[in-house]
Design a protein around this ligand. Structure first.
Ligand code: HEC
Length: 133
């Protein structure tokens, strides 16, 4: 009679732990940042720097010169690196004045998402929240 209770208990503990490790929710917390600041220039129609961020497959592939997302390693992910550059630098993203720059709490969320393994559910695609100019 004790076993089912123990099993239930350990399942509850395990699922809480799994949730804590998952990090920010992609669709709710991460996608809106990328859709507001990046996707208008990095999509199928307009792949600046040969980089697309609209599908998981393309985002994980990265750009001409860099890996956008290295799961578990925000410091090696150009997604984070370009956001930490001086906004006036040539490689800083988004290019100055062209899209809203994610603020520090948003950059922190992106870092946490990558640290937690950059979970991007299959089939979730991103659309710019602003039409390309
Ligand atoms: C207004 C258009 C525009 C927006 C918005 C924009 N980018 Fe870019 N991005 C570019 C252009 C243009 C290049 C190519 C620069 C070059 O090749 O010198 C580029 C290149 C890059 C590269 C280098 C790709 C490589 O590996 O060679 C990365 C990484 C990148 N962008 C990330 C981002 C991220 C992250 C965002 C959102 C925070 C973003 N970009 C928003 C225009 C944009």
């Amino acid at each position: 009679m004790k076993k089912p209770i123990l099993t239930l208990l350990s399942l509850a503990i395990l699922s809480t732990a799994a949730r804590a490790e998952e990090g920010p929710d992609f669709a709710k917390e991460i996608a809106p940042i990328l859709e507001a600041s990046c996707v208008k220039c990095h999509t199928e129609a307009k792949a600046k720097g040969k980089l697309r961020m609209d599908t998981k497959e393309m985002a994980m592939k990265g750009g001409k010169e860099s890996k956008l997302i290295v799961p578990g390693k925000p410091d090696e992910s150009s997604l984070i690196k370009v956001l930490l550059l001086d906004p006036a630098a040539d490689e800083a993203m988004p290019p100055e004045g062209k899209a809203p720059r994610p603020d520090a709490p948003k950059i922190e969320l992106l870092k946490k998402w990558i640290t937690a393994g950059a979970v991007w559910p299959d089939g979730v695609t991103l659309k710019s929240s602003e039409p390309a100019k």
